[in-house]
Write a protein that binds this ligand. Structure first.
Ligand code: FE2
Ligand code: FE2
Length: 157
């Protein structure tokens, strides 16, 4: 599996959950809790393999992407803290939907930057073989990813 294809598949999975959340009824508290728990799990595992494997490899092979990578880590930082808050927040709390909406906006912006602004540069510089190796490495690392968003390295300041 190609590393960038794998990451884009994750983005699609999460986008599907976002749409389901947006289409859930305002009072569908149980459904919204389940969706947000899935979003937390998916995004935590995804951010983990990016931070541990893909981002360092990208920086190494394309030093010009360093600025993008560092900005991406700061965006993860905001996202993982929001995820940790959402894990504990009651879906009936008046701040719940608003917090999920802002999370979704942040993640959509982040994904667009990854996919449009710097993944293409990385693809070009790395070539197919290296991307395959990284993809395999990330596939293996994913099941062992932490469940707690604050266990990610980006959670630290
Ligand atoms: Fe990311
Ligand atoms: Fe990503």
């Amino acid at each position: 599996m190609d590393a960038i294809v794998l990451l884009k598949d994750d983005h699609k999975t999460v986008e599907k959950l976002f749409k389901e959340f947006e289409n859930a009824g305002e009072r569908a508290y149980k459904k919204k809790r389940e969706l947000v728990d899935q979003i937390i799990e998916e995004l935590t595992a995804h951010a983990h393999i990016e931070e541990q494997i893909f981002y360092p490899a990208a920086r190494e092979s394309v030093p010009e992407t360093s600025g993008h990578v560092l900005e991406s880590v700061e965006e993860h930082h905001v996202v993982v803290w929001m995820l940790s808050e959402l894990a504990k927040l009651d879906p009936k709390d008046e701040r719940f939907d608003a917090k999920v909406t802002v999370l979704i906006e942040n993640v959509r912006h982040h994904v667009e930057e990854e996919e449009q602004e710097w993944f293409p540069q990385v693809r070009e510089a790395m070539g197919r073989k290296r991307l395959q190796e990284l993809g395999e490495e990330m596939e293996k690392a994913k099941p062992a990813a932490p469940r707690d968003p604050l266990a990610l390295s980006s959670a630290r300041t």
